[in-house]
Design a protein around this ligand. Structure first.
Ligand code: NAD
Length: 500
């Protein structure tokens, strides 16, 4: 997975260490400011405190909303080309600060430098995509069906938006929301995950330095998220919540917004089935399964959660897969490793219960299965095999470096097991038969299907899920419309006439 050459590893670590730390305050109405006390940010690779960041209260949240509400009319009216120019300026500044971003992401989230760099470059691409989209929005013009007037449909920004993001992709999740919202002409209040506020601060500093007007993009940190969500979702000035995180919290936020009919986009959990058919290229499937499962120590919504393999090739697949998993190097992400730590001691410790539940359900541990003895929160890359489909893993998001493999009898059993889930985010199919791939792609009840590939995120693609995995899509041509509402104008042309 990793370029382990000593020269490239040393150069990457040196560049990362040389980069500066971000601001630690709240960003409201164009100013960095202190909060009501502060809370610590830890490095999950060794448990040390990295920094203290300002903690917001409900009053700070209201101040941010007031600023966003004041800034909204002018931001909406700014010429698309000018909004695009600001986003392009932010994109250039981001690229110039690559090492600072990469270092901070590794330090606070634990992901290896190579993964942090990949996330950074993808995030920059997303920002560029949104910058390019701004000036290309268009509406429609039509005759009324009775011929009596004209129908003009245009798009208008929804209004001030609350953006709530998780820690596992601390930059990508913010850019995918804020980039689209700002491009659409919405003002934003971003609430970072308490584990990874510094990455959000670096991005906000980029927006500030690029010249975004005061109040357009605000940033809050807190350990008590309810102070922000309960307050803002009850305030009619807030018009949208865009959330990425667990299904439980997403459902709660939708309930909070129900009274004001707050527009909601939800990117929630998944239990990604990864299907390997009997005609698949097994080496390709193994390599992609390793990336898809162990990237970010398995803490990804699109991770391969259930690896479902046709019994005719399962022994071969499993032997090759386990061999590669056993070679994965676990350790501090600032060093050349493949797998970093879990985000917290609590997340690591819960995995003992997970392993117990899976083995009690009939799973056999083929490698791994224990925490790594270290001050950091590491867990061994683990593979657990089941001899047949087992419901213990349906709707059960592992979010850990634990792979489960299930032997199945043929395509029909693979499909029915894959669809036996409340989730519907990412799924994967490995086969060399095009018509089987297309057929399965159509029948999988998931928002995304990777065919012979285990990584799918791209600015040009609509990212999102069905069922309990969410509502709406991020990026692609569609993503910006999550932050826009249709406006219809009926226009009398010449003499008004009604023909009905
Ligand atoms: P989480 O739901 O616990 O937290 C996500 C965010 O919500 C954090 O910022 C957290 O502080 C905040 N939050 C928690 N309670 C809140 C409340 N009452 N009001 C307002 N904000 C609140 O999820 P997590 O453990 O941080 O992230 C993991 C989950 O996120 C997994 O289920 C994963 O699948 C999902 N996820 C989904 C996607 C996607 O695009 N679909 C991407 C990444 C992660």
């Amino acid at each position: 997975m990793t370029d382990r050459s000593p020269a490239s590893a040393a150069a990457a670590a040196d560049a990362a260490l040389a980069a500066p730390f971000p601001p630690t305050g709240l960003y409201i109405d164009g100013q960095w400011q202190s909060g009501a006390g502060s809370f610590p940010v830890f490095n999950p690779a060794d448990g040390t405190e990295l920094s203290q960041v300002a903690a917001c209260t409900a009053d700070h949240a209201l101040a941010a909303l007031a600023a966003a509400d004041r800034a909204q009319p002018a931001w909406r009216r700014l010429a698309p080309r000018k909004r695009a120019n600001l986003l392009h300026a932010a994109h250039r500044l981001m690229l110039a600060r690559e090492d600072a971003f990469v270092r901070v992401m590794t330090l606070e989230s634990g992901k290896p430098l190579t993964e942090a760099r990949a996330e950074f470059l993808l995030s920059a691409d997303f920002l560029l995509w949104f910058a390019e989209q701004v000036a290309h929005l268009h509406g429609t013009y039509a005759d009324a069906s009775n011929g009596g007037f004209r129908i003009v449909v245009s798009h208008q920004p929804v209004g001030p938006c609350l953006l709530i993001t998780p820690w596992n992709f601390p930059l990508l999740m913010i850019v995918r929301k804020a980039g689209a919202a700002l491009a659409a002409g919405c003002t934003t209040i971003t609430k970072t995950a308490q584990e990874t506020p510094l990455t959000g601060a670096l991005f906000t500093q980029v927006l500030h330095d690029a010249g975004f007007p005061p109040g357009v993009a605000n940033l809050l940190h807190t350990q008590a998220s309810a102070a922000v969500s309960d307050t803002l979702l009850a305030d009619p000035r807030l018009r949208k919540v865009s959330f990425t995180g667990s299904t439980r919290v997403g459902a709660h936020l939708m309930q909070l917004g129900a009274a004001n009919i707050v527009n909601a986009s939800m990117e929630l959990g998944g239990d990604g089935p990864f299907l390997v058919l009997d005609d698949a290229d097994l080496d390709l499937a193994v390599d992609q399964a390793i990336i898809c499962k162990f990237r970010n120590a398995g803490q990804a919504c699109v991770a391969a959660n259930r690896i479902i393999v046709d019994r005719r090739v399962e022994a071969d697949f499993t032997r090759k897969f386990v061999g590669k998993v056993a070679e994965l190097k676990v350790g501090n992400g600032m060093e050349p490793v493949d797998v970093g730590p879990m985000i917290s001691a609590r997340q690591r410790d819960r995995l003992y219960d997970t392993i117990r539940d899976l083995t009690e359900a009939g799973g056999q541990v083929l490698t791994g299965g224990r925490a790594v003895q270290s001050p950091g929160y590491f867990f061994e890359p683990t593979v657990i095999r089941f001899d047949a489909p087992n419901r213990v893993m349906c709707s059960n998001e592992l979010f850990a470096p634990i792979a489960t493999i299930f032997a199945v009898d043929g395509v029909a059993e693979a499909l029915s097991f894959a669809n036996d889930s409340r989730f519907g985010l990412a799924s994967y199919v490995f086969t060399n038969d095009l018509s089987r791939a297309v057929r399965l792609g159509e029948d999988l009840e998931f928002g995304m299907v990777g065919i012979n590939r285990g990584i799918m995120a791209d600015p040009a693609a609509p990212f999102g899920g069905t069922k309990a995995s969410g509502i709406g899509r991020e990026a692609g041509h569609e993503g910006i419309y999550e932050f826009l509402e249709k406006k219809y104008m009926a226009i009398t042309v010449g003499e008004a006439k009604e023909t009905l």
